[in-house]
Design a protein around this ligand. Structure first.
Ligand SMILES: CC(C)(COP(=O)(O)OP(=O)(O)OC[C@H]1O[C@@H](n2cnc3c(N)ncnc32)[C@H](O)[C@@H]1OP(=O)(O)O)[C@@H](O)C(=O)NCCC(=O)NCCS
Length: 134
């Protein structure tokens, strides 16, 4: 999550989400609490045309540690029904790594450079399913 997160950040994200949807590259959804209708987070998949799509997610701070994201990732994976999926997490993002494992992904041991231009972070790769042949 970018920090600070301004309205402009949100609009840029929304634009990117629409572009990915229109070009068949990704699909993103908000997470709403059924009981109250509150929007508490988001989950999405990108890289649909790469053979190595990856799931991204966040939950608003007051709603964390209730198992919501583990349930959301499991449901999202079921709905997407793709043969192979990845979750990329930064080294220090233990909560995200725990979500990946709790949702049935495995730690591949691969460390991948951030593919976005100008960014040099490294991601730990978690996977589910059969990877495509390179
Ligand atoms: C990562 C994030 C989505 C986790 O969502 P969540 O709904 O709190 O996760 P869950 O309640 O399903 O917890 C899943 C597991 O992670 C563990 N966990 C969650 N937050 C944790 C924390 N802060 N420290 C240690 N473990 C944590 C839970 O104990 C649980 O482990 P278990 O299955 O062994 O019991 C949430 O912290 C978040 O939105 N973070 C900011 C955005 C982000 O980092 N997104 C991921 C980018 S790859």
């Amino acid at each position: 999550m970018p920090s600070p997160y301004s309205h402009a950040t949100y609009r840029a994200w929304l634009g990117e989400v629409r572009r990915q949807r229109d070009e068949g590259e990704g699909l993103h959804r908000l997470i709403e609490l059924e009981a109250t209708g509150e929007v508490v987070g988001a989950i999405g998949v990108q890289g649909l045309r790469t053979g190595r799509p990856d799931i991204g997610y966040w939950i608003a701070a007051p709603f964390r540690r209730r198992g919501l994201m583990t349930a959301a990732v499991r449901l999202w994976r079921e709905r997407l029904a793709l043969p192979y999926l990845e979750i990329l997490t930064h080294h220090g993002n233990l909560p995200s790594q725990r979500v990946a494992l709790a949702a049935g992904f495995i730690a591949t041991g691969e460390v991948r450079r951030d593919p976005r231009p100008g960014l040099y972070g490294e991601f730990l790769v978690f996977s589910a399913g059969e990877p495509p042949r390179r």
